[in-house]
Design a protein around this ligand. Structure first.
Ligand SMILES: Nc1ncnc2c1ncn2[C@@H]1O[C@H](COP(=O)(O)OP(=O)(O)OP(=O)(O)O)[C@@H](O)[C@H]1O
Ligand SMILES: [Mg+2]
Length: 239
């Protein structure tokens, strides 16, 4: 293969996950093949229990696959076992995760929550706080910078979690219902930011959503049903 040929950032081959064994076995994801390219924003749809979060958790190296192969950024990450000993570092450097439940740390304020990943990556504190401020302002939650997560509204917490996921400029961004708690205008701001990140950082963005307001924002849409990708669509993007 030509070493200079473009490669997907995420390559899933026959990727599967089951939980439990015997009677209790649940096949959450069944042999998924999926390529995700730099610069694209992809939607993932499907009914509750169809495997959307499981797929994000596998790509994000949070949950171990049961079968198949996972390549991230040209590197085989899982094949029968994890092939990278330092998964934490891999996640820190390459992956931005926006969880369904925001998972903000309650004892840190908003700025500190966002700056934390940069601290962990060894960036100077002042730089981390400047980056946090920039993202929070863009997402219109800058005025809540010194608040503790428990005092935020659902939509504010969601935007802080988005800022945190993007702080480290990851190239693989996995978002589980990132606009669920937002009105149309704010959902639009979030999708604009995700698009900007995809383009400027050559990142790939996967968004799980039921939100019809944002369907025209995707380059491709996949639908999952019972753990399989059943349809693929290419909606026409807004000019
Ligand atoms: N840790 C777990 N242990 C056992 N079963 C699990 C676990 N996590 C998920 N499952 C099961 O795997 C299947 C897929 O779950 P998943 O969370 O991926 O669905 P989803 O598409 O994200 O649903 P929702 O839209 O409700 O968030 C479901 O049947 C679920 O009950
Ligand atoms: Mg889910």
């Amino acid at each position: 293969m030509n070493a200079d040929a473009p490669r997907p950032l995420v390559e899933c081959r026959g990727l599967a996950k089951h939980y439990g064994e015997g009677e209790a076995r649940v096949d959450a994801l069944k042999a998924v093949d999926l390529d995700l390219w730099p610069g694209e924003v992809v939607g993932l749809l499907g009914p509750s229990g169809s495997g959307k979060t499981t797929l994000l958790n596998l790509i994000g190296c949070i949950v171990e696959p049961s079968a198949g192969t996972l390549h991230l950024d040209g590197e085989t990450v899982w094949q029968g076992k994890w092939l990278r000993p330092d998964l934490r570092r891999l996640r820190l450097e390459k992956i931005g995760f926006i969880f369904q439940f925001h998972n903000l740390l309650p004892f840190l304020d908003v700025s500190e929550n966002v700056a934390l990943v940069l601290d962990m990556a060894g960036r100077p504190k002042a730089e981390a706080l400047t980056r946090a401020r920039e993202l929070l302002d863009y997402l219109e939650v800058g005025h809540r910078r010194t608040a503790k997560p428990s005092s935020l509204s659902g939509g504010e917490a969601q935007r802080v979690a988005i800022a945190r996921a993007l702080a480290n400029r990851p190239r693989i961004i996995l978002a589980d219902e990132p606009t669920a708690a937002l009105d149309g205008e704010r959902a639009g701001i979030v999708m604009d930011l995700l698009r900007k990140v995809a383009v400027e950082q050559s990142a790939t963005v996967v968004v799980v959503t039921h939100d019809e307001k944002i369907w025209d924002r995707f380059d491709r849409i996949f639908a999952l049903r019972d753990g399989r990708i059943v349809t693929q669509d290419t909606p026409r993007r807004r000019p």
